[in-house]
Design a protein around this ligand. Structure first.
Ligand SMILES: [Zn+2]
Length: 521
């Protein structure tokens, strides 16, 4: 744990603060510097490239360049004396000392709006952005909007973004970043300037990591550093995390020590495999597994890793992620698991854990140690004959002539997604959603039946209503309003314990209180 927390700090500590500190990316830097020098920055950029290549760092630096107080004043003072300061280069570096630079570094700057489309697909954020876009920046510079993982946006959010990009206000600078440019609609592509980020070469990474080694006085031999560079696969972020991880062991760091420790840090590879298992892609899953075995993973160790993460996913899926999974992982890993959980149904997770458990028991009888795991992977990917569509028990199907049954099943299918999307915004709403039923779905309306009037009141609250409506609209692909009606409810207050309001004592207590007052009336 301590190591992992240190990782984050270490990575943040060496986050580039000016364009010259970005590793590689010569052409990107050249284009941006030249545009900035001529005051001809585009109003919207699309940064394309693999993860860990500096897209977000570059975006934040650009935000500093257009807003830094010192840069601004030096530009003004330069106007009359261009001959004396013939080189523009020095005036391109944000000072990283003024209040604006510092507030961008610590994430508190009001003119820098960062949206992570991966974490909530941007429904609320794009709406916020559209409302926010008209506002002028608080300082003299620009309002900068960074939308990371922009390919994850929903169609609705893309359309909203497009409208904004069609008529961008002069004070706005948009920086979209993506690892998957093929998923960006052509309409967006035609309105942005695309810049391609490439993986760093081994020499570039070696040089960059060497600087860190010297500054931190890390005792590592050249072979060791080279093996980290190799493992980092062109990503400075991965490289510095590996370096941090092994440096926290203490003592002289050798390539052998690194080999032993990096085995356990292949979390992304593991997630990749689990993701291919979720999509039941036999070929990809097997190839991933074989790669991991080839990299020296022990079959039993791998099997344990699969089981451990499947178990974590099951906890997350059942609303216990915060309590049981989050405390043991760094935030980034936890967020990745939450995303991954979306790809599995609860049924699949239970089935997969069962299959892996069986593989474990076969392990000691096999002459080929990897065989039980390979077979388990194939079995997980094979379609289960009794595959049940995931359907939360609390959603009761009320067939009605008006309701569109495919819309109803669409909502049911996505119910866990809906709950988990709402959870970060409003825990009690999410808990409440576990005890209501969808009565009817029409072209414009989702009719919700709530067992208690306080449920109804919570659902009718404008903020909750907006949130739920925007998510449902997004899922059904059309404008949806919700209406909450009072339905049948448990007869007596002792039945309150049967309401499936997550496992949260406080909410149950609150429900009991309100219920009591209701029954008095
Ligand atoms: Zn500054």
């Amino acid at each position: 744990m301590a190591n992992q927390q240190q990782n984050t700090a270490f990575y943040l500590k060496y986050r580039p603060q000016s364009l010259d500190e970005i590793i590689g990316q010569t052409s990107v830097k050249k284009i941006l510097l030249s545009a900035f020098g001529q005051q001809r920055l585009a109003h919207a950029y699309l940064f394309v490239g693999p993860r860990g290549t500096g897209k977000t760092s570059t975006a934040r630096i650009l935000a500093k360049m257009v807003n830094c107080e010192s840069l601004e004043s030096s530009d003004k003072s330069l106007e009359g004396q261009k001959s004396r300061f013939s080189t523009l280069a020095t005036s391109h570096y944000p000072c990283n000392k003024c209040s604006i630079c510092l507030s961008i570094t610590d994430g508190s700057n009001l003119d820098l709006i960062e949206i992570d489309a991966a974490s909530n697909r941007g429904i609320e954020d794009i709406r916020f952005l559209r409302e926010n876009i008209k506002l002028s920046p608080s300082g003299a510079g620009k309002r900068v909007y960074i939308i990371d993982e922009v390919h994850m946006l929903t169609t609705e959010a893309f359309n909203a973004l497009l409208k904004t990009l069609e008529e961008p206000p002069g004070h706005a600078l948009f920086i979209l970043a993506t690892t998957e440019v093929s998923k960006i609609p052509q309409t967006i592509l035609s309105r942005v300037q695309r810049l391609d980020f490439k993986l760093a070469t081994q020499a570039e990474l070696l040089e960059a990591l060497n600087k860190v080694v010297k500054t931190e006085k890390i005792d590592i031999d050249e072979e060791g550093l080279k093996s980290i560079v190799k493992k980092a696969d062109g990503s400075f972020r991965d490289g510095i995390k590996f370096l941090d991880q092994v440096s926290s062991i203490g003592g002289k760091i050798t390539s052998q020590l690194i080999a032993e420790n990096l085995k356990f840090s292949q979390f992304d590879d593991l997630l990749d495999t689990l993701s291919s298992l979720a999509s039941k892609d036999i070929k990809k899953s097997l190839l991933n597994l074989l790669n991991q075995l080839q990299e020296g993973f022990d079959a039993k160790e791998l099997l344990f890793s699969y089981m451990e993460q499947m178990r974590n996913l099951m906890f997350i899926k059942n609303g216990l992620g915060e309590a049981l999974v989050k405390p043991h992982l760094i935030e980034e890993k936890y967020q990745n698991l939450i995303k991954l959980a979306e790809q599995f149904t609860s049924q699949d997770l239970i089935r997969n854990l069962d299959i892996l458990q069986n593989a474990l028991s076969k392990l000691k009888f096999t002459s080929i140690p990897s065989l039980p795991l390979e077979l388990a992977v194939v079995e997980i990917c094979a379609d289960s004959p009794s595959s049940i569509l995931e359907s939360p028990p609390s959603i009761i199907d009320h067939p009605s002539s008006n309701s569109d049954s495919s819309d109803l099943s669409k909502i049911k299918e996505k119910w866990t997604y809906i709950c988990e999307t709402i959870r970060p915004y409003n825990f009690s709403l999410e808990a409440l959603l576990r005890s209501i039923s969808i009565k009817e779905v029409t072209d414009t309306l989702v009719l919700i039946e709530a067992p208690y009037s306080f449920h109804q009141r919570i659902l009718e609250a404008p903020k909750n209503r907006d949130l739920l409506e925007s998510i449902l609209s997004d899922i059904l692909g059309r404008k949806i309003k919700i209406s909450a009606v009072l339905g049948s409810r448990p007869q007596r207050k002792e039945d309150i314990a049967n309401i499936e309001v997550a496992a949260d004592d406080e909410i149950i207590r609150a429900a009991a209180e309100i219920f009591n007052s209701d029954s008095v009336n």
